[in-house]
Ligand binder design. Structure first.
Ligand code: SAM
Length: 394
């Protein structure tokens, strides 16, 4: 409410666009942080809609940058939005330091946006602010009028930030219940997207980190090729380690493809939006590291029959015999290619491998690369000795 009149009675200047924010704060994209910005708010709205209903939700946004997706999330009626951004250049654009001079609100984040808007209002629209004092708790034109007091900004690294203590305990749900009203959303930096999703999948398997709240849902962007790998079905060309690791723990859907030209600067590839909902019951009930070891070994020889990669789980001396035993007990055809193996095939392989590890305590620690390295240095030593002997006078 304005003094003596309703807020809607004033024609307020529009919020600066994300493109204007970038210009004002001189936020050129930093390649080393994989910065590709989304400036079209219709697109950011579309991504956010793919996360489902966010009314009263607690949302964790990864890498808000200049704040495009942030705006769309705030517009969706969330209870709280926590953003974690590594690049300090974006912070002034996201947070203010003092109260807004234009209204009575004491929101902590108002000033810079009001300042931004004032500047832009003057520069771009050549109008000044209406000389009114607003009675509502919102500021006339700043970004945070969208949801005063609901945005929390953290300058940090998503790879180390601990979200499990950030939201109220009361949000926690039992794993078997419906997902909690907690969501992770982000236009991920390409450079961290794969390590980050592997880390979060491990958290799903342990039900900790963001999944301490229950089956927290995630809506995230990846290079289109990575999105296709995450969701690839048995037998498809894109089937890979990521497909199995994601699909044994989550229901995974490729919900949207965004052309590279929608980003600034334009990346060389298109982008896929993927939605993850952790399963109530993982499709493989073995420790994450064990599943990862089996899957990694199989896919390292992706064009060969699966027995080739599986063989690398065993020391050379027992390789043929143990691989045969593993495949036979798991009832898996050794001549299937890695991409032809379903999650149930991997379940059987992991279950049998686990039994074999229980019988031989050294087996899980076995690493064929180390054995190769040791054999190589032994051979070099031997060759050295022989050539030395050859040089000696008879
Ligand atoms: N969300 C913005 C958008 O859609 O326009 C920016 C997306 S940009 C692809 C990725 C953002 O993540 C950048 O703002 C970048 O600074 C940030 N970022 C990169 N690495 C990060 C990390 N390890 N932790 C937190 N933020 C990171």
């Amino acid at each position: 409410m304005a003094a003596g009149g309703s807020l809607s009675a004033f024609r307020l200047p529009p919020l600066p666009t994300i493109r204007e924010i970038i210009k004002l704060f001189r936020l050129h994209a930093a390649k080393q942080l994989s910065q590709n910005f989304l400036l079209d708010l219709r697109l950011t709205d579309k991504i956010v809609r793919k996360a489902g209903t966010l009314t009263n939700a607690y949302v964790y946004e990864v890498g808000p940058g200049p704040g495009g997706i942030t705006r769309s999330i705030l517009n969706a009626g969330v209870a709280e939005l926590l953003v974690v951004e590594k690049d300090s250049r974006f912070l002034p654009g996201l947070q203010g330091r003092t109260r807004c001079g234009m209204c009575r609100s004491d929101g902590r984040y108002m000033l810079s946006f009001c300042e931004t808007t004032k500047l832009f209002t003057r520069q771009l629209y050549r109008v000044t602010f209406p000389p009114v004092v607003l009675e509502s708790s919102s500021c006339c034109t700043c970004l945070l009028t969208l949801a005063p007091g609901k945005l929390r900004i953290v300058h940090g690294d998503v790879l180390t930030f601990k979200i499990e203590r950030a939201f109220p305990e009361s949000l926690k749900r039992h794993w078997e219940d419906d997902p909690p009203n907690v969501h992770i959303i982000g236009n991920l930096p390409f450079s961290v997207s794969t390590p980050l999703i592997i880390k979060w999948l491990e958290n799903v398997s342990r039900r900790d980190g963001p999944f301490a709240y229950g089956r927290t849902q995630m809506t995230l962007t990846f290079q289109k090729e990575v999105a296709e790998r995450l969701t690839a079905t048995t037998g498809s060309k894109q089937r890979s380690r990521l497909s199995i690791m994601a699909q044994y723990l989550c229901s995974v859907q490729h919900v949207l493809t965004i052309p590279g030209r929608a980003f600034v600067p334009k990346p060389e590839v298109d982008v896929g939006v993927v939605r993850f909902t952790p399963l109530t019951q993982p499709r493989i009930e073995q420790p994450f590291q064990l599943v990862e070891k089996v899957v990694q070994n199989v896919f390292q020889f992706r064009r060969k029959y699966c027995h080739r990669g599986l063989g690398m789980l065993f020391p050379e001396a027992q390789r043929v015999e143990s691989t045969g035993k593993l495949l036979q007990l798991a009832d898996v055809d050794p001549t299937l290619r890695p991409s032809q193996l379903s999650v149930s095939h991997f379940k059987s392989l992991c279950d049998v491998y686990r039994k074999m590890c229980d019988e031989d305590p050294h087996l899980f620690a076995y690493n064929f690369r180390e054995e190769l390295k040791q054999n190589k240095s032994k051979n070099q030593e031997k060759e050295g000795e022989e050539s030395y002997r050859l040089q000696l006078p008879p």
